[in-house]
Design a protein around this ligand. Structure first.
Ligand code: MD6
Ligand code: FE
Length: 213
């Protein structure tokens, strides 16, 4: 099933033990994924969350699935309702679920059952500073990260903030699956260069699938 999803043009590549780039893996599903993004955003619109320090994040966010990641001056956490509307987060589109489960399996994590999908939208200049994802209670499950639209440089470091970093160019349709010994490594996204993408326009959209519990 995975062979026809795997274009020859982009390479699969091991970033570090437990972390793999599946180059171009989501390209053939990109239209369905973009339609899913539009459906989610129709009920849980893009918003700029605040950091615990009170600053507005440069990327816009939303969520779908049973749990959604939120940040505000009280900190980071997962909530089962959208604080903007008080309603449950939108259902995870079937195309999202299928892709996340298949990509995790391809990367060596069979049985991935994400209960949260965070949507990040970067306009040109938006960035994500070095951080590690540690708000999930389930340390065994990987994170599946799907890039759509404008390219960006993903920075991948080590277990400590000061460890050296690799720079990984992420393009439309690339999928990073990340778990095991590097699950809690530091990482970030450099400011997204300006451009135009035929499907996504002047944005980079990233979907990250997690299993919180
Ligand atoms: C992004 N991604 O690519 C931000 N975190 O827009 C992340 O912060 C991230 O891609 C954990 C695992 C994979 C990721
Ligand atoms: Fe992250």
């Amino acid at each position: 099933m995975t062979a026809e999803l795997f274009p020859e043009t982009r390479q699969s590549h091991r970033i570090a033990p437990g972390a793999v780039l599946l180059g171009g893996w989501a390209q053939s599903e990109a239209r369905a994924l973009k339609a899913g993004v539009d459906a989610v955003i129709a009920s849980a619109p893009w918003r700029h969350m605040r950091t615990p320090g009170g600053r507005s994040m440069s990327m816009a966010n939303s969520n779908c699935g049973p749990l959604g990641w939120v940040s505000d001056t009280d900190g980071y956490r997962y909530l089962c309702a959208d604080p903007e509307s008080g309603r449950a987060w939108p259902t995870m589109p079937a195309a999202f679920w299928r892709l996340a489960v298949a990509a995790a399996e391809e990367a060596g994590y069979p049985g991935f059952a994400p209960d949260a999908c965070l949507l990040n939208r970067y306009a040109p200049g938006a960035r994500l500073s070095l951080h590690c994802d540690q708000d999930e209670h389930n340390a065994a499950a990987p994170i599946v990260s799907v890039s759509l639209g404008l390219p960006a440089i993903f920075v991948f470091g080590g277990a400590r903030r000061k460890d050296p970093c690799q720079r990984i160019a992420l393009e439309h349709g690339d999928v990073v699956v990340w778990g095991g010994p590097t699950r809690f490594n530091y990482h970030g996204v450099l400011p997204v260069p300006d451009g135009h993408h035929p499907l996504v326009g002047r944005y980079r959209i990233n979907l990250t699938f997690r299993k919180v519990y």
